[in-house]
Design a protein around this ligand. Structure first.
Ligand code: G3P
Ligand code: CA
Length: 360
């Protein structure tokens, strides 16, 4: 009787298992590597606590992240603080402070007119009198009014303290927000950021840090100033880095995804931080389309790929995932992603544990 060799049988079983693991349209053959992806606590565990607070970062660490992500902006006195925007109306109680009512003003930020309160009009001491609040109306407001706005140094202190306590290395992953704008008001982010990194011993390519930015020029400058890993963020395909807009450079983020442009990025950066829709696009009906070659092309250029943002809520999930945020992580992990930014680090870590323990 004809006997199928055991190795062929095992390969066939593995192939069938792989097929069964792909219930979603647009998922290609897995190219998952042995190296589990990093989980980065996006603005902390911001699905559970007001974003960019020590409580949000601490919870993310407790949930098992490898890195915590502070977006950084400057105060009037040049202190770097953790906020997604220099506009602090949505994430703090500043509007309830009558002593600051006259600070509300209108400015052009990255080409858009914004009327609000801005970090660069407050000293750090004044910022410290504010309290954080939840930005999104469908998330819990139970922690509003409880937490201060942390400085970058306080975020680093937390990472170091938790590294010592847990024995796990907790990295930090700051993002320079509006670097061209802050340069224009003589509050450049790069110099104080480099000074803080040097003071804290984050000075080599093996340090547990990444610096990320949607703009290009500040990363090129940082590459001359300090030897730590840098990540070029890529926003939605039709958008542009704001420093390109200022210079009259017409390239979009989509234009930066070609192998030629990725090779240029690899001259100053170590990683790519693309919007997840540059990897798994969706149609107008929000259904998943076939993945692009971006992960492979970036790897060929020598760049790690960390994508964003993973959120559990249904309104952020493509319908093909059938309400399962786990399925979304699974798809990106199988595509060979090197890291994910997540608002819900517990879900990300669970998905990673399940996928990577089942693959060994
Ligand atoms: O930095 C990765 C991701 O955080 C980029 O988006 O707008 O949440 O800073 P954003
Ligand atoms: Ca960010």
């Amino acid at each position: 009787m004809f006997r199928v060799p055991k190795s062929v049988m095992l390969a066939a079983i593995a192939f069938i298992v792989i097929l069964l693991l792909q219930p979603h349209r647009g998922v290609t053959t897995p190219i998952m590597t042995d190296q589990p992806p990093l989980v980065i606590g996006h603005r902390g565990a911001s699905g559970y606590r007001p974003e960019h607070t020590l409580a949000a970062y601490e919870l993310a660490i407790q949930m098992g992240v490898d890195y915590i992500e502070p977006d950084i902006v400057s105060t009037k006195d040049g202190e770097l603080i953790a906020r997604h925007e220099n506009d602090i109306a949505e994430t703090t109680d500043v509007s309830e402070h009558p002593e600051f009512s006259d600070r509300k003003t209108t400015k052009m930020i990255d080409g858009k007119e914004v009327t609000s309160w801005f970090t660069e009009d407050f000293t750090l001491a004044e910022i410290k009198t504010l309290r954080a609040k939840e930005r999104l109306p469908f998330r819990s407001s139970a922690y509003n009014g409880q937490f201060e706005i942390p400085t970058l140094q306080e975020v680093i202190d937390l990472a170091k303290q938790k590294t010592a306590q847990t024995g796990r290395t907790i990295g930090i992953y700051p993002e320079t927000k509006h670097p061209t704008y802050f340069d224009s008001i003589n509050l450049s982010l790069s110099e104080p950021l480099v000074a803080i990194f040097k003071k804290n011993g984050y000075t080599s390519s093996s340090s547990s840090v990444f610096i990320q930015s949607f703009e290009v020029e500040n990363l090129k400058q940082l590459n001359q100033m300090i030897d730590v890993p840098l990540v070029q963020l890529l926003d939605a395909a039709d958008m542009q880095p704001y420093d390109f807009v200022v210079k009259g450079d017409s390239r979009t983020y989509a234009d930066l995804t070609t192998p030629t442009e990725l090779a240029k990025i690899a001259e100053y950066a170590d990683g790519l931080g693309p919007y997840k829709r540059l990897i798994v696009p969706v149609g107008e009906d929000k259904r998943l389309k076939a993945p692009t070659a971006l992960i492979n092309d970036a790897h060929t250029a020598g760049l790690k790929v960390h994508t964003w943002t993973f959120r559990n809520e249904n309104q952020y999930l493509a319908p093909d995932y059938n309400g399962s945020s786990q399925a979304e992580y699974e798809q990106f992990f199988k595509l060979g992603i090197d890291g994910v930014f997540s608002d819900f680090p517990d879900t990300a870590v669970n998905a990673r544990n399940q996928i990577f323990s089942s693959s060994t």
